[in-house]
Write a protein of this length. Structure first.
Length: 66
């Protein structure tokens, strides 16, 4: 089971930098997939949802498999 409190207590400054970078990359990925899907299919929301949910689902799966 995921123990978020223990996980956050053990994060080093470099870990926080990696977390912040990952969040920024996630936001940019969401934006870029929205732009791409708008150009290709005329629907920005579906690409943005894909860019938002897929990395989150992968992250959740990896955290629970630890």
């Amino acid at each position: 089971m995921l123990n978020l409190t223990k996980l956050l207590e053990d994060v080093t400054p470099v870990g926080w930098l990696i977390i912040a970078s990952s969040l920024i990359a996630w936001v940019l990925l969401t934006y870029v997939t929205g732009i791409y899907s708008e150009k290709k299919w005329g629907d920005r929301e579906s690409g943005a949802l894909l860019g938002f949910f897929v990395p989150g689902l992968i992250f959740t799966f990896i955290m629970y498999m630890r």
